[in-house]
Design a protein around this ligand. Structure first.
Ligand code: AMP
Length: 281
């Protein structure tokens, strides 16, 4: 596995891969790798001859009062993990490489970026869309893999790829969870033992609400109950619990087969997100 830190070396590496033939996949990450990231890499290897993983803690997607400074950084451990994962290259640019002096461009995906997480994290998805567009321009992948854990992000990236004719197939990978149901996340490392135990109320609340809605319960009532459950478990504030159309992210008040339940809430200072497909029984 090559560790690449500069655009020129990346271009050279990608040109070499193209000459060898076969598809190139990219797996964009912010590092602090866990089994969720590794599932994306495995899915990438099944689809493409060459897999490039990027690790970049993207300052553009963090708000002024968010956790950019304390976001877990473990490049050495990540590199060791990737070295045995069958990856062609690790793209490890620094902020100066990604955003040199004079950088002025921002990509905004209207509507999809403003709801759900976008409502409490203004500018977040502009940062995500901009960095992903840059990664696609740098690597020119045939395939890009994103986790369903960040459902809104996945929907936004699909829109980005279509709208800008990026010629990249976007693949969503199912959420990898701990044994108690909590979705793996680099941010879980912030949780104390007590908070970690309490946090499994989030997937449980979504699961219970999803089952109730699939069995015919009223969506508004059920979402209200899920919010109460989360509050009782110690989540505060609850940014949202919402049942939305999987593609448009429009809120649903009547169950359809395209429904997904999404939530974001804080456990202490740690903001957790999760989501689940609602499947008709
Ligand atoms: P991050 O490093 O948190 O920016 O995540 C990088 C990619 O890994 C994103 O596409 C995430 O959706 C995905 N990802 C993170 N956690 C999980 C998980 N538990 N299961 C599946 N994919 C995940």
């Amino acid at each position: 596995m090559q560790i690449i830190r500069h655009c020129g070396a990346l271009k050279h590496h990608v040109t070499g891969l193209r000459q060898r033939g076969g598809h190139i996949a990219i797996v964009p990450t912010m590092g602090a790798l866990h089994a969720g990231h590794m599932a994306l890499i495995e899915a990438a290897k099944a689809k493409a001859a060459h897999v490039i993983v990027s690790i970049f803690v993207n300052p553009m997607q963090f708000g002024p009062n968010e956790d950019l400074a304390r976001y877990p950084r473990q490049d050495e451990a990540d590199t060791a993990l990737l070295a045995s994962a069958g990856v062609s290259a690790l793209w490890l640019p620094d902020a100066q490489t990604m955003y040199p002096a004079g950088f002025s461009t921002t990509i905004k995906i209207a509507k999809l970026s403003d709801c759900l997480c976008g409502a409490t994290r203004p500018g977040h998805f502009e940062g995500v869309a901009t960095v992903v567009a840059k990664l696609f321009a740098q690597v020119r992948p045939d395939i890009a893999l994103f986790g369903e854990k960040d459902w809104q992000q996945l929907v936004i990236i699909r829109r980005l790829a279509i709208d800008l004719d990026l010629n990249v197939e976007i693949i969503g990978v199912p959420i990898v969870r701990d044994a108690d149901g909590l979705a793996l996340s680099s941010r879980n490392a912030y949780l104390s033992d007590d908070q970690r135990s309490a946090a499994c109320a989030l997937p449980k609340a979504l699961h219970d609400a999803g089952s109730a809605i699939a069995a015919g319960a009223d969506i508004t009532d059920t979402v209200g109950k899920a919010r109460h459950t989360l509050t009782a478990a110690g989540f505060a504030p609850i940014d949202y619990v919402a049942v939305v159309d999987v593609n448009t992210l429009e809120p649903l008040t009547i169950f359809t087969k395209e429904a997904r339940i999404l939530a974001a809430a804080r456990m202490g200072s740690t903001r957790l997100i999760d989501n689940l497909a609602i499947k008709l029984k």
